[in-house]
Design a protein around this ligand. Structure first.
Ligand code: GDP
Ligand code: MG
Length: 222
């Protein structure tokens, strides 16, 4: 299509500027507590909670971890984390399609994170808005399931572009969904040449050790 037929829409910046201020305060609080805050993002169902379950199991007792869960409704994801014996706090956003820095700052009042080495914040499932709202995290990690199609990094570039690591999940399903891992990886690289990319399967466990080893290296030492 000719570019003259494409309209680009301007973003609502004052909301984002205010969010950045609150995110900066959260960032300083996390640094003061020496906790690595990880903002985990994806479309609904890509496998964020499954990745968390696999990651928490692999970290074992080696690192003290906590989880803040974001969903429109229910405590299902927090319950899945609590079932592993890991402290978890659920935020329900109602109709809001992403977490923001204010929600996280309020959660921290009830869920102190000073005793953790790593705090995972599972964002609301959405491939668009979470990428615009920083929470004060040091790491942004994205889960992308191969069933979503190889073209999505190009069509929804912001989350891919801003992520420090991209997990290509559900590789056990590659034979059934007609997606080439090479093409998908190439498309991620085109929007983000620097991201660490990990093909994984939460179903078979493939690739989880490589991802967890990378993550573990980001956690501040004693
Ligand atoms: N086949 C397969 N299914 C997976 C994998 N990871 C997650 N799932 C399934 O995908 C669905 C959504 O997973 P969930 O972790 O709840 O995704 P979230 O909404 O991003 O937190 C569940 O039915 C999981 O069992 C995987 O690696 N392979
Ligand atoms: Mg989830």
């Amino acid at each position: 299509m000719s570019t003259s037929n494409v309209e680009r829409v301007a973003n609502a910046t004052p909301v984002l500027v205010r969010n950045q201020e609150l995110a900066a305060a959260n960032y300083l609080a996390f640094e003061a507590d020496r906790v690595l805050a990880v903002n985990l993002m994806s479309a609904p169902g890509a496998g964020k909670t499954s990745v968390l379950e696999a990651t928490l199991r692999a970290l074992g007792g080696k690192r003290r971890a906590g989880v803040i869960e974001g969903d429109l409704e229910t405590t299902r994801d927090a319950d899945r984390i609590l079932a592993l014996g890991i402290p978890a706090h659920q935020i329900n956003t109602g109709t809001v399609c992403h977490l923001d820095a204010r929600m996280v700052s309020r959660a921290l009042e009830q869920f102190p994170v000073g005793g953790f080495d790593v705090l995972f914040i599972e964002n609301v499932g959405n491939l668009v808005c979470p990428a615009e709202f920083d929470l004060g995290e040091r790491l942004r990690v994205m889960v992308f399931s191969v069933t979503e199609g190889a073209d999505k990094p190009k069509k929804y570039p912001l989350m891919f572009h801003r992520s420090h690591a991209v997990l290509l999940n559900k590789i056990d399903l590659l034979p059934y969904c007609g997606v080439s891992l090479e093409e998908l990886t190439r498309n991620v690289r085109e929007v983000n040449p620097d991201a660490a990319i990990f093909p994984v399967s939460c179903r078979t466990g493939e690739g989880i050790a490589e991802w967890v080893s990378w993550l573990d290296a980001q956690i501040p030492g004693e």
